[in-house]
Design a protein around this ligand. Sequence first.
Ligand code: HEM
Ligand SMILES: *[C@@H]1O[C@H](CO)[C@@H](O)[C@H](O)[C@H]1NC(C)=O
Ligand SMILES: *[C@@H]1O[C@H](CO)[C@@H](O)[C@H](O)[C@H]1NC(C)=O
Ligand SMILES: *[C@@H]1O[C@H](CO)[C@@H](O)[C@H](O)[C@H]1NC(C)=O
Length: 524
Amino acid sequence: MIDYINKILEYNLLDCYNRILIVTVLCLIFPSLYYLYIKCKHFTSFSKVTPKRTNIIHENNVNTIIEENSFTKDDENFDISSCGGFIPYLRKLHANQGAHVLSSKLPPNTISIVDPIVIKAILSIGDRPIDLFKFLEPFLGVDNIQILDANRAASFRKLIQPALGHDVIVAKYQSLRNIGVEFIERWEKLIMNDKDSVIKMQEECLELALRIILEAVISIDDPKDLDAKSYRKSYDIALSSLYDKQYGILDTLCEEELQQAIDYLHSLTGKLIDQRRKKLLEINDAEKIKEKDLFDILISENDPITEKPFTDEAIISNLSAFIMAGYHSTGIIIPYTLLALSQNNDVQIKLQEEIDKTLGGRLPTFDDLSKMEYLTQVVKESLRVHPPGSFCARLIKSETTLPTMVESKNITIPANTTILYANPLYNENPDFHPQPEKFDPTRFSSDKIKNIKPNTYCPFGFGARICPGERLAMSDIKMVICLIVQKFNVELAMELKDIIKVERFAIMSKNDILIRLLPRVKNY
Ligand code: HEM
Ligand SMILES: *[C@@H]1O[C@H](CO)[C@@H](O)[C@H](O)[C@H]1NC(C)=O
Ligand SMILES: *[C@@H]1O[C@H](CO)[C@@H](O)[C@H](O)[C@H]1NC(C)=O
Ligand SMILES: *[C@@H]1O[C@H](CO)[C@@H](O)[C@H](O)[C@H]1NC(C)=O
């Protein structure tokens, strides 16, 4: 138990020589960690030679002054590699300086904030630092939702919001659940053949999550039209290669592979667009589709910005952006939740009791999922302890003065500053979450949830650019966890010390998460 706790709080990451290999895949919604890694490296070695005072905080009033190079001796001796990643590096910087607002040893014009009052004050700010996302342009186009400025993002989000809302999820629930059941049956078969089978849950759940997100945003009638395995392979090649490419470390062979992968994904989506256009034309006005999914909206409605229909290019790029955002994030939190259950047997038993009491052995309906409060609490607690998104970023375009947690102290943030919100630093802070090392789903129970201060728990981000897929993600995760623990007891089939988190687009597990599923003897 203690091992488990130490493990999750202290990222046990890899040595610096492997970084280029590790920090590959996927960053869209979350700023590129690799980008920050490179920037910080240059910046910290630079600042060692040329000490200077930062002007980040500079109001005449009672404001906080943050000085660079006012480090303790210890500060000289660590960088991102020696800490094992950007998040542990940030953690150490904040701890060493006792600072809620941190600007030293970060890239230029960047501050990291662990202060819910500052965050509250920037909820309405909807701009992101687009340079962090630039490397994805060849895949996503220059203009996808992630990098739209605040105004354009707001009008686009308004248009597509219904596609990720309650009614569409309910309409699709049956087919989403079928995908979950397919995986359960696959694992059952595996265990039947060999009861000692160990399941690579991260690998499996990534595939599962891709299938689910494709069903949720595109919905293919004929499975032959979209081969999820090839699609997944191409997606992963495209993203990891783009990552490498921006630093010129992609060789010609990979360059070709990258282009092939992008071409494959784009042409496949192009074909699907033609099919869906035809299908929508066939449906006459009288029986207009009631619940438009994202694909339907992009095909049948006007782009709110140009007020003309979306071009194929715009549809492809924006669809790709949504799939990318929902794929690894949803895929990794399911195995992390199983990991937590395997280490907290009381929680697992209590969850199974709720499931048995509610379902008595049948499959969960959509309504069942909202009725099972403990299930929701378990998933929320798992997102606190294992947030898939390591941080969110906002761009402050013009000079802004903001209140802070420290009463009567304001901070002034200069124009063109990137604010980082590192999820783990909030989630593990005992001021915000008492006994943060304890996996305790009941912190989210209806009587205790009010103790959680606003903006100290944001696995889906916050404010104007909060994740638009939160509702969909929550019901997918709850559904899959419910299907699994209804049928099986879960056990970790590897040593806890080998669970090593690595920073990628989402925080992944380097050695996968190996789980043994033990069929339950049911007693309802
Ligand atoms: C466990 C699952 C998920 C997690 C933890 C997660 C987390 C996040 C976070 C932290 C952000 C950044 C928010 C901010 O900057 O304040 C984000 C943005 C986004 N997410 Fe998710 N997400 C998940 C699932 C999904 C799903 C299933 C979809 C799609 C259907 C999705 C679509 C998006 C999009 C499009 C954005 C960008 C929104 C914008 O720029 O306005 N996410 N997500
Ligand atoms: C804003 O900051 C970024 C990141 O440091 C820098 O590249 C860019 O030149 C700055 N832009 C302006 C207008 O100062
Ligand atoms: C994605 O959608 C936005 C919002 O409507 C649109 O302005 C943009 O052109 C689209 N993306 C691309 C690459 O065309
Ligand atoms: C902090 O800023 C607020 C609003 O910007 C202002 O009303 C207040 O007087 C400031 N407080 C201090 C101590 O500067």
